[in-house]
Ligand binder design. Structure first.
Ligand code: SAM
Length: 224
């Protein structure tokens, strides 16, 4: 659970270089994670999709490409991040806080949130709000970082996350502290069964999860 003021300030600081930093730090693998998420989203042929914490719109654009018939709306509480989305040709945007969404109950077929839930002030509160705006058969897609479970890989990855990644990101964005925050937020964020339980406790009947790239990221799919 995070301080909203700090999170807004951090993203305003890195907005211009956010996409470049992402692709460099993940060696482009983040693109594959969003593609996989979009493939799963497309399975149910949704008509109305909310991509929450859309930021620079990377997932929203991929969703629109994969679901050309759907209306995809991006929402975020950072105006500088949404300007990046606009400058990368994604325009269907709404300024909104995930903790208190300006949408009526049961409005969307799908709600996706990539690398966003981790930054919200209350994870259960945000998930309940996501459930509220989803239709009765609606589906939730949470894509976020997790930690590898393989014993040898985990300490190596943590070393990279704590010691290497913030320095490279600091060089690219000029905001090393924001990436030190990212590391600590990943360590605190629930994953695997703990995240599945959180989703089930927030108004979803079933949940499936996929570990991606040795568990560096995870995709959770909840159904109401
Ligand atoms: C790491 S970026 C993710 C952007 C994009 N989804 C992606 O896949 O790259 C996280 C985004 O979450 C947004 N965010 C964090 N807390 C939020 C909240 N409570 N409401 C709306 N957006 C939020 C930030 O402004 C930021 O743009």
């Amino acid at each position: 659970m995070q301080d909203a003021g700090y999170v807004k300030k951090a993203f305003a600081g890195i907005a211009r270089r956010y996409m470049l930093a992402n692709h460099v730090l993940s060696l482009g693998i983040d693109v594959l994670w969003r593609r996989k998420t979009s493939r799963h989203v497309a399975e149910s042929q949704p008509k109305l999709i909310l991509d929450l914490a859309t930021g620079s719109g990377d997932l929203a654009r991929e969703l629109q490409r994969r679901c050309p018939e759907a209306k995809v709306l991006g929402a975020d509480f950072s105006i500088p991040m949404m300007r990046e989305a606009q400058s990368h040709h994604f325009q269907q945007l709404v300024a909104a806080d995930g903790m208190n969404l300006p949408f009526q109950n049961e409005a969307f077929d799908v709600l996706s949130v990539a690398f966003g839930l981790r930054n919200m002030a209350s994870w259960p509160g945000a998930l309940q709000e996501m459930s509220r705006v989803l239709k009765p058969q609606g589906r939730l897609f949470v894509l976020d970082f997790s930690l590898p479970t393989i014993p040898v890989i985990r300490p190596m990855y943590l070393f990279y996350l704590k010691n290497v990644m913030p320095k490279i990101a600091g060089f690219i964005t000029g905001e090393q502290a924001a990436y030190e925050y990212l590391c600590s937020s990943v360590e605190r964020f629930p994953s695997g069964q703990a995240m599945e339980q959180l989703i089930l406790d927030s108004g979803f009947k079933t949940v499936k999860s996929y570990r991606l790239s040795l568990g560096i990221a995870s995709l959770y799919i909840g159904s109401k």
